[in-house]
Design a protein around this ligand. Structure first.
Ligand code: C2E
Ligand code: CA
Ligand code: CA
Length: 587
């Protein structure tokens, strides 16, 4: 039976117009008729007292079931619902030629006994009411159909494929279920944020080149992939971790965590669980936002995770990116950086700074790290964190690295000419170089041109997700005779495996790692074990970012002799370092 047939039947059975209309839709939303009648009778009567046609009240209730909000945090849905209400009223008014009160429709006053007597006597209800009821039904059916296409466009492909096989009624219920899934997710997340004492992370991810996958393997495969991901997430998430398939291939996971390392491990676990489906390798981009202010609107938290995900998409080096407050500025300044980078090379705006490395025991400079600075003619000094991520994405970092390697080699040569041959300088090797063999060629040329001993130009490589790639490159560079430093050890990706598989000479303990470990006795024990392990493996150990005397004491205590950090000296221009070094060597 159609909605109109149902409503007409109910009207003939002497139900009120609001009951007839609401009753015609009730079952679509899983409401039993009796409840529907009870709700609409008083509500409709109340509206009619205000002389408003009962079809309007009933229609608004139907709209409420379809578009209403019940999570006060979900302002978006609230606004959407309000908009739909206005839309209905406008359409209704238009189709009824402006007649929206009972008085206008029935040409009598229903609030007086006299009016009601005439209406009944003349059978006006059965004559006049079907018209507004039918118009209402037309409008509601249009709006619900629109909702269906919208949800279809916005939600999981898998559901789309499932929806194909459902009747209209089942379909509506299914759509309602999906919308309540969203609500449940938001409510759970709200509870988690306010009840958890641990930090909370929003992790948003999507499939790289999902469109191409759909084209290559067919939409059905694409749908199955999404279904597979949802199932894997179901298995991976505990009852304090929530996920939502936001739309198409975009997923959101909200979780509490103890340390950033643990959080990254979780992301890797997710990645491993979903990366391979029916022998197709899938790649994902993950954006992470760590909640700082619990009172921030949740929409905004989601937006920030989304922003980080987009940044991860563009990043050729890492598929996991944390939201940074500079993201908005970064987006703004990306153009600035990309437009200025070639001139920066040509006009020597990039400068090498050197940060001394000290031996605690000998209390003397034992080396330096070369760090790039961009001295911009208008903006002054720009720090690497501001421009390196962008240069890594567009590949220009190669030029910068080559430049710094040359400068470092020149500096080492100059030291040699001044009788200082025991001050190695380490340079950073961006992860981008791991992908090809050009860097070996460039290094060869740099060494040949400067004529310095290879082992004085040390190479710092940062651990990444891809251990194998590093190991391969590390063996090649080791074979060529370079000393290798593992940068940022403990900053997140750390696996001890890499020490086994990769021929590093020195481990550089990350600043944050040291700070975290020094917070507790347990942590200090771990630090001590790392030092012991380094000793047994005959690896050098250097602590980075050392800022306090207390840190120096702890490091001395565990036998970590090499340090680099503001406590001793900040990165400085080459000339300053040269003077300092000469001074310390007494030359
Ligand atoms: P990194 O390789 O981990 O370098 C150490 C960073 O820690 C440097 O920041 C240094 O200035 C800073 N630092 C040193 N001691 C302390 C301390 O006691 N306290 C604090 N708060 N910070 C300290 P910088 O120079 O801003 O470099 C940031 C990152 O940019 C570097 O991290 C490195 O990953 C990258 N980078 C710098 N120069 C180059 C380069 O020439 N090529 C490449 N590929 N990357 C570079
Ligand atoms: Ca470094
Ligand atoms: Ca480092």
């Amino acid at each position: 039976m159609t909605h109109k047939e149902k409503a007409d039947l109910l009207l003939r059975q002497q139900y009120h117009c609001s009951q007839a209309l609401f009753g015609a839709f009730a079952e679509d939303f899983g409401l039993d008729l009796e409840t529907a009648f009870k709700i609409s009778t008083c509500f409709g009567a109340g509206m009619r007292l205000g002389d408003i046609c009962g079809c309007i009240s009933a229609s608004l209730m139907v709209l409420g079931l379809a578009f209403g909000f019940y999570d006060p945090q979900d302002r978006e849905l609230e606004m959407y619902g309000n908009q739909k209400t206005r839309e209905f009223l406008e359409k209704f008014k238009e189709r009824m030629n402006g007649e929206i009160t009972c008085r206008e429709i029935l040409a009598h006053d229903i609030t007086t006994t006299e009016g009601m007597r005439v209406i009944k006597q003349a059978g006006l209800i059965l004559k006049a009411c079907p018209c507004p009821i039918h118009h209402s039904i037309d409008i509601l059916e249009e709006m619900l159909a629109e909702l269906k296409t919208e949800v279809n466009r916005n939600t999981d492909n898998e559901d789309k494929w499932m929806l194909e096989n459902l009747t209209d009624q089942e379909e509506l219920q299914e759509l309602r279920k999906q919308s309540s899934k969203k609500h449940r997710f938001r409510r759970n997340v709200g509870n988690l944020i306010f009840s958890s004492r641990k930090p909370i992370a929003f992790i948003q991810f999507d499939i790289r080149r999902f469109k191409i996958i759909n084209d290559l393997y067919g939409e059905r495969y694409g749908d199955e992939v999404l279904y597979f991901i949802r199932n894997q997430l179901k298995k991976l998430c505990n009852d304090q971790q929530y996920f939502l398939n936001v739309r198409s291939d975009v997923f959101l996971v909200v979780t509490e965590f103890e340390t950033e390392g643990e959080l990254l491990q979780f992301v890797h676990r997710v990645d491993e669980a979903i990366t391979d489906f029916k022998n197709v390798q899938l790649q994902f981009s993950y954006g992470i936002y760590i909640v700082e202010d619990k009172n921030m609107e949740r929409r905004q938290m989601e937006d920030r995770a989304a922003m980080a995900r987009k940044a991860a998409k563009e990043n050729v080096i890492s598929n996991i990116v944390f939201y940074q407050s500079q993201f908005k500025e970064l987006l703004y300044s990306r153009k600035f950086i990309e437009e200025g980078m070639q001139a920066a090379i040509d006009e020597h705006q990039f400068k090498m700074y050197l940060q001394p490395k000290f031996s605690i025991a000998q209390n003397k400079i034992v080396g330096a790290e070369a760090l790039v600075r961009w001295i911009h003619p208008d903006r002054g000094m720009i720090y690497p964190n501001e421009f390196i991520p962008i240069l890594e994405e567009n590949g220009f970092i190669r030029q910068v690295d080559y430049f710094i390697w040359r400068e470092a080699a020149e500096f080492i040569k100059r030291c040699g000419q001044n009788g200082i041959s025991d001050c190695p300088v380490s340079v950073n090797v961006s992860r981008i170089h791991l992908q090809d063999n050009v860097c070996q060629e460039v290094l060869k040329e740099v060494i040949a041109q400067s004529g310095i001993p290879k082992e004085l130009l040390e190479l710092e490589i940062t651990e990444t997700v891809n251990d194998q790639q590093i190991s391969r490159k590390a063996y090649e560079l080791k074979e060529d005779g370079y000393r290798l430093l593992m940068d940022d050890f403990g900053s997140g990706y750390s696996s001890l495996n890499i020490l086994l598989e990769t021929p590093f000479d020195v481990i550089k303990l990350d600043k944050k790692f040291i700070e975290n470990m020094m917070l507790s006795e347990k942590g200090k024990l771990i630090l001590e074990q790392v030092a012991t392990m380094a000793q047994k493996l005959e690896l050098g150990l250097l602590a980075e970012g050392v800022e306090t005397a207390e840190q120096v004491e702890v490091l001395r205590g565990i036998g970590c002799d090499l340090v680099q950090g503001y406590y001793y000296a900040k990165p400085m221009p080459v000339e300053d370092f040269f003077l300092l070094l000469k001074d310390s060597r007494g030359v």
